[in-house]
Design a protein. Structure first.
Length: 579
């Protein structure tokens, strides 16, 4: 019953935070304004039986854009499932985004309640949902991949904590591994951040266990298992995403030409910075968005740290150890955002991929939210359970009012941070229109264009799906799918046939079933030489060697995992039968 009421309260808090998001039939305006278009494009790809989806049909100026070979497919799997089940495109997109937002509170409750109990879990969840940076991710940046990363972090941290225990909870460990799996196909940059932080804690953990003379071998096995299974399962995505990035206009080294050195922030910005709907720029003074961690959560976390350091008998040994470990992690994740950490960024390979050091705000926020409930243990000194409940409820109300409501109650029910900056006034049909997808939306999402593509400067110069011949010919039976183009050509002499699509490895062309050489004489076109007569021409995107290897790794790992699970379940049933 306590859990049910806690979850219900978390959902109510989320409902208030999302009220502005659902206040219109349109999507709110935010930086990454191509969410519905990506959902639609993935739906088209899946309906065309491109599994897993890699190439999309219209984004990328209609030239053939390998978006989901590189960019965060998991959120769009969910959005596509909702859309294909009969929901409108905008509503499906909203539900996809809201799902990530709501999940943050639920995952934080699950993780924190295992450290601090039900009340502590509820308190941590409210702090986490109402974090200013959570509002920034939704209402300012619209970063769906990072919203999922934010939601998954508490579970990942819980799983890492479980690795250190002598007697583990298989449930907690499995949930943590599942979170790593989803993270790895939700946001590549957050996966890289996780890899860096995991590596640091892995080394520090080994040193700590060596000093304490505990079983290091068991720790190493568990730690490697914790990351290896999820990464092997998701290999089909992240291996091609990283190894084939050089096939696009982006490179790992360039980080899309964003310099991390321009985007360090200050401690004062973490404490207080003005709210805005612009972006991060070079220089602190001109930043147009907030980088606040939240004053309440900072104060409560430091109270919890102080109580731990003073040696008050408020924490058990497990909680004390967690407070010390999380304090170190908080210091590291905060320091890495400051300009004083520039020497570290220069050492870490491919650090440019992260682009913005302030991305670590979500890590700091997660640790602060996990630590803050420690301040509630002081209520345990109150002998009366009634006064403990009153004190807890009062604190929750104070936190909620401070985070939600503006300085003037005249603006009620408008909330403090959880409001949009207007709406993206396009209907479902307008969002799905070919002209919109191939130019307006494409301009907002073209960083993964193939290297040989030339960016069109107008709607007229985008791909119009033209098929041309250098002689007189007749073209019929045209079928254009995201990853396959086929048509029939009749010509009275040898001819060069070209289609308005860009080559991306491993496209192959077949003429009457026989593979021919793809000719790329002009930018944004693929061609093939045919003989006179009737020809069936088929362009098909096949997997590269790397994609085949990555797919095989994921499938093999899944099969092994299923076989192992079935064996374990079978043994358990036999054991129970004997008992």
């Amino acid at each position: 019953m306590k859990t049910f009421l806690s979850v219900l309260l978390i959902l109510i808090v989320n409902a208030i935070a999302l009220s502005s998001f659902f206040s219109s039939d349109y999507l709110i305006l935010f930086h990454d304004q191509v969410q519905s278009e990506r959902v639609y494009e993935m739906a088209v790809a899946i309906q065309a039986k491109q599994i897993p989806p890699r190439l999309v049909q219209n984004l990328g100026y209609g030239l053939g854009y390998p978006l989901f070979n590189y960019y965060a497919p998991f959120p769009y799997y969910l959005g596509t499932a909702i859309f294909l089940s009969g929901f409108g495109l905008i509503l499906a997109t909203k539900l996809m985004i809201a799902g990530a937002f709501i999940s943050a509170g639920l995952t934080m409750y699950f993780a924190a309640s295992r450290i601090w109990g039900v009340r502590g879990g509820l308190f941590a969840a409210i702090l986490y949902v109402l974090s200013p940076y959570h509002a920034v991710q939704l209402y300012v940046r619209g970063s769906i991949g990072e919203l999922w990363a934010y939601a998954l972090l508490p579970l990942i941290i819980l799983g890492i904590v479980e690795v250190y225990k002598e007697k583990i909870s298989k449930k907690n460990l499995s949930v943590g591994m599942l979170a790593v799996l989803i993270l790895s196909i939700s946001h590549t940059i957050s996966l890289f951040i996780f890899a860096l932080l995991w590596s640091v804690q892995f080394i520090m953990g080994a040193i700590f266990l060596a000093i304490c003379k505990r079983d290091i071998i068991r720790y190493i096995k568990r730690s490697l298992l914790f990351v290896s299974i999820p990464l092997l399962l998701s290999a089909y995505y992240w291996i091609p995403a990283l190894s084939e990035l050089n096939l696009t206009r982006v490179s790992i080294e360039s980080g899309n030409d964003v310099k991390y050195s321009d985007h360090f922030i200050t401690l004062s910005q973490l404490w207080s910075s003005s709210w805005g709907f612009a972006g991060s720029t070079k220089g602190v003074a001109s930043d147009g968005m907030s980088f606040m961690l939240g004053k309440i959560v900072i104060i409560l976390s430091f109270v919890a740290i102080l109580l731990t350091l003073l040696g008050k008998k408020l924490f058990n040994s497990h909680q004390k150890l967690i407070m010390y470990a999380f304090s170190v992690c908080l210091i590291i994740s905060t320091f890495i955002m400051l300009e004083q950490s520039k020497f570290i960024w220069g050492i870490v390979p491919y650090a440019q991929l992260i682009q913005f050091p302030w991305r670590f705000i979500m890590v700091s926020t997660c640790f602060l939210s996990l630590m803050a409930p420690g301040s509630l243990t002081i209520l345990s000194k109150v002998s009366s359970p009634l006064f403990q409940k009153i004190g807890f409820i009062t604190l929750v109300i104070i936190v909620s009012i401070y985070q939600f409501f503006p300085a003037s109650f005249k603006d009620f029910p408008k909330t403090k941070y959880f409001n949009g900056n207007g709406f993206y006034s396009l209907t479902d049909e307008q969002l799905k229109s070919k002209d919109h997808l191939r130019f307006d939306a494409s301009k907002n999402s073209d960083e993964y264009l193939p290297k040989n593509a030339i960016k069109p400067s107008s709607l007229e110069s985008t791909s119009l799906d033209h098929i041309t011949c250098d002689t007189i010919c007749t073209i019929a039976n045209i079928m254009l799918l995201p990853h396959k183009y086929s048509f029939k050509v009749s010509t009275s002499e040898e001819s060069l046939i070209q289609i308005d699509k860009t080559y991306f490895p491993n496209f192959k062309v077949f003429v009457n079933g026989s593979e021919k050489e793809i000719i790329i004489d002009e930018p944004n076109k693929m061609g093939v030489k045919i003989n006179k007569g009737d020809s069936l021409i088929e362009y098909v995107l096949e997997n590269t060697l790397i994609r085949n290897i990555a797919n095989t790794i994921s499938i093999a790992t899944l099969i092994c995992l299923l076989l192992y699970t079935s064996v374990v379940i079978g043994k358990n049933r036999v054991f129970r039968g004997k008992v």
